[in-house]
Design a protein around this ligand. Structure first.
Ligand SMILES: Nc1ncnc2c1ncn2[C@@H]1O[C@H](COP(=O)(O)OP(=O)(O)OP(=O)(O)O)[C@@H](O)[C@H]1O
Length: 802
């Protein structure tokens, strides 16, 4: 509690807009007349006395004195740091100012009483807490300023009032606040004030700091960006110099490029709109880069490029003849197609063919029969550019029609890319493997293709990415497929089909001699004078080293032979010129892979046991022979009923049921022990179990295999068969006769059984193949059994008497 003691009379040292609190030591400038007067008065009064000269330090705010001053002792008089005369004064304790009085010297003298502002004793707990709080706050503030020594000093002050007064040093307190501190004589109240102001200041400082930090970071980022940009610019400049470009031809000048390009009016408008957008968008924005990619695509499209059609039908026919051997009917169909097209264009009718009118020529056949290369020849014949669009495995509509530009990484569809690649608006576009397009949740690519192929729509084809119309009406579309059945119905409707069923051995030899060999010789760096391949070698390659409808593997085999010869020559092991004969093949490329069944050791033939018959089938790879195996389960251990294996489709399963039913009902008549069929389980298997198979045409083969099994009679090795069987045993017609007969011939079969009603199809089969085959058209499955089953206990290869 503040109380008073004996009065004092002291010279006033006025402090203008400045406050000194007890405990502080301050240097004061003696050039100031008020300071000088007070100090000199104090010195005079103290002369002859013990104790230091004493003054009363009183803040004078706007000319008015505060009500409380501080008794100060003059510790030292001398020079200040700047060389001026000064006095060092230690402020000691509060003094309540009383009335003015007179005294010696120029100074103003007043009376005052000392204020007793000593701490309460004992300290209440709350005050101890307050002391701790102040010390913690002061420490954290001082630490921030790096004032470590002061931290220690503050920590050592125990006196409550002195602690509060110590904040007189705080630069953040206003003069008014310091006066308030001075005039608050209760030490606890004073410390409360000090705590409040200090914590306010610290909070403000935190905010200020975080703002400053944010500002600094922003500045740093801008600075970094600026620096990076400068570097980028420098790199660009350097690159331009390396590439010999001058400053002016910045490839970014899209407006000029669009203006200069020969674009259709609507496309130009759309492109300029995008350029506007681009100029508005910032350099680095993702939108900018999308727009640039789009503009590049548009500018790269050959909008006004068109090749001149310069062909007459005679010339076109010679090109086709020169590039492909054989295929006479196919080439004829293509020639007709070209003739019609040319007439219609010459008369300005356009190419609209209508439904089934054949706007699109589809080449259907097994791999390697030359579908793709025929497409290329069509382009040569017409004098147009050629592009191939592979459709195998395309399931997404966007592949055909493009992604919308809002997609990340959007691209135009394959049709647009094909036109770009062709570099003209009227190329020949080959839609390869159109039977392999699928459809799923990503839309139906077939529907998009339909629009591409439809002459009524395709002059305004819209790609999702491009968004501007593209005129496809002058494009010649061709399609290829392996399997007719797999082409989506709607597409099939628009197509004019041309079948390529595969080649005979003679045809392959001619193709190899006239086309494959010369091409591969060139690729192997050899010429015809150095290496010749005899025809019998080519025939052996076609017949024994490969077994295929087309000539792709044959071409590979030829390549292997030539590579070997070239390598041997380089190593000095082979003199050139050299003629490759059939007898050299084994030494050059090893043993043949495909030996006809009839050439096998009888015991190793597939048909060496009862229950195995040879059938004929058509797969995606062309015609093929396939073996059907039947077995009966042990009556003791096996399950009854019919088991079918080999990935068979429903139709094929049904024809197995029919074969079984037929035998059950006609067993007696056929002299077969069909009772076995009742008691024992039957298993029919089609080897090559991984390949899915379907269709009714294996009916006769399954019946024959079962009959062979029951009778114990072998099926003749040289016989292969095809045909559907009815419940009454009639043999019904099937498809793919030509491919099947070619396959039978390739496999070395000599006798073929076909349904009588397919006899007309024999006209399509090359004469040389027919000449080598003994073809039996039949109406009833009993005839099949008679022809195919060897007599009981006779060796299987007994030939049928012609
Ligand atoms: N009749 C032919 N005359 C000349 N060369 C041919 C003939 N048939 C095929 N070829 C050649 O055989 C090779 C394979 O033909 P291509 O690639 O056109 O087969 P494809 O039927 O398109 O097969 P895929 O269906 O696998 O694409 C080509 O190098 C082609 O030139």
């Amino acid at each position: 509690m503040a109380s008073t003691s004996a009065p004092l009379t002291l010279p006033v040292l006025p402090l203008d807009d400045e406050v000194v609190l007890p405990g502080m030591v301050v240097p004061l400038d003696l050039n100031d007349p008020d300071v000088r007067a007070a100090v000199e008065a104090a010195q005079a009064a103290a002369r002859g006395q013990t104790g230091k000269p004493r003054v009363l330090l009183v803040p004078r705010i706007d000319g008015t004195y505060a009500g409380i001053g501080v008794l100060g002792t003059v510790e030292q008089v001398g020079r200040l740091a700047d060389g001026d005369p000064g006095a060092l004064i230690r402020a000691r304790r509060r003094v309540q100012i009383g009335a003015g009085t007179t005294g010696p010297g120029a100074a103003l003298w007043v009376e005052g009483t000392q204020v007793d502002d000593s701490d309460p004793d004992p300290l209440p707990g709350a005050v101890t807490e307050l002391v701790k709080e102040y010390k913690a706050l002061a420490t954290s503030w001082l630490r921030k300023r790096g004032a470590w020594q002061v931290v220690d000093r503050v920590q050592q002050i125990d006196d409550v009032g002195a602690l509060a007064d110590n904040s007189g040093y705080s630069p953040f307190l206003s003069t008014a606040q310091k006066v308030e501190l001075l005039e608050t004589t209760d030490p606890v109240a004073r410390l409360k004030l000090a705590v409040q102001w200090l914590s306010e200041h610290l909070a403000e400082q935190d905010v200020a700091e975080s703002i400053a930090k944010d500002v600094q970071e922003g500045v740093d980022k801008q600075q970094r960006e600026f620096l990076l940009r400068r570097q980028l610019e420098a790199v660009r400049k350097e690159l331009r110099e390396i590439n010999g470009e001058s400053e002016g031809e910045e490839s970014d000048d899209y407006r000029a490029r669009v203006e200069a390009a020969d674009l259709p009016e609507k496309v130009r408008e759309a492109a300029l709109k995008e350029v506007d957008k681009l100029e508005r968008s910032s350099d680095q924005s993702p939108e900018g880069s999308w727009i640039r990619t789009w503009l590049d695509t548009v500018l790269e499209l050959p909008w006004s490029e068109r090749t001149e059609d310069a062909y007459d039908i005679q010339g076109a026919k010679s090109v086709l003849d020169a590039e492909h051997a054989g295929l006479d009917d196919v080439k004829e169909r293509i020639t007709e197609y070209l003739a019609v097209r040319k007439r219609r264009t010459d008369r300005g009718l356009g190419v609209v063919g209508g439904r089934r009118g054949g706007a699109v020529l589809a080449l259907v056949g097994p791999p390697g029969v030359g579908k793709t290369s025929l497409g290329e020849s069509v382009a040569h014949a017409m004098g147009r550019k050629f592009v191939r669009v592979a459709l195998g495995g395309v399931r997404d509509e966007a592949e055909i029609r493009g992604h919308r530009r809002t997609y990340v990484g959007a691209l135009p569809g394959r049709i647009v890319r094909a036109i770009k690649e062709a570099g003209s608006m009227n190329p020949v576009v080959l839609l390869d493997e159109i039977d392999k397009v699928g459809s799923d949740f990503r839309g139906d690519p077939a529907a998009a293709l339909l629009e591409v192929l439809d002459p009524a729509q395709n002059h305004t084809f819209r790609d999702h990415y491009l968004e501007v119309e593209l005129d496809l009406s002058d494009v010649v579309f061709l399609a290829t497929a392996n399997v007719l059945e797999a082409i989506p119905e709607a597409l099939l409707d628009r197509m004019d089909l041309v079948r390529l069923d595969g080649y005979t051995e003679d045809e392959k030899v001619v193709i190899a001699r006239d086309h494959l060999l010369p091409r591969q010789l060139e690729r192997s760096g050899l010429n015809g004078d150095e290496v010749t391949v005899e025809e019998d070698a080519l025939r052996k390659l076609a017949g024994e080293y490969t077994r295929e409808a087309g000539v792709r593997n044959l071409e590979r085999a030829i390549t292997r032979v030539l590579r070997k010869v070239a390598a041997q020559h380089e190593l000095g092991d082979r003199e050139l010129p050299f003629t490759v004969g059939a007898e050299n093949l084994r030494e050059l490329i090893g043993r043949p892979h495909h030996v006809p069944e009839s050439a096998q050791d009888p015991a190793e033939r597939r048909t060496a046991v009862p229950g195995v018959a040879t059938g004929l089938a058509v797969t995606g790879a062309g015609g093929d022979v396939l073996f059907v195996e039947a077995s009966l389960a042990d009556p003791e251990t096996g399950a009854a009923g019919l088991t079918l294996t080999g990935q068979l489709g429903d139709v094929m399963k049904e024809s197995a049921q029919i074969a079984l039913s037929f035998l059950r009902s006609h067993g007696a008549e056929l002299e077969l022990p069909v009772a076995d069929l009742k008691e024992r389980g039957v298993h029919i298997h089609f080897p090559a179990g991984a390949v899915p198979k379907d269709g009714p045409s294996a009916g006769v083969t399954m019946t024959t295999a079962l009959a062979s099994l029951l009778s114990g009679r072998l099926v003749r090795t040289d016989v292969a068969m095809t045909g559907e069987v009815s419940l009454t045993g009639r043999v019904l017609p099937i498809g793919g006769v030509k491919q099947k007969l070619l396959a039978a011939h390739r496999a070395g079969v000599t006798t073929v059984i076909i349904p009588k009603r397919n006899e007309a199809d024999l006209d399509d089969v090359p004469a040389e193949v027919l000449a080598k085959l003994d073809v039996h058209p039949v109406t009833d499955v009993r005839q099949v059994l008679d022809l195919a089953l060897a007599p009981a206990s006779a060796p299987a290869e007994v030939p049928v008497a012609a």
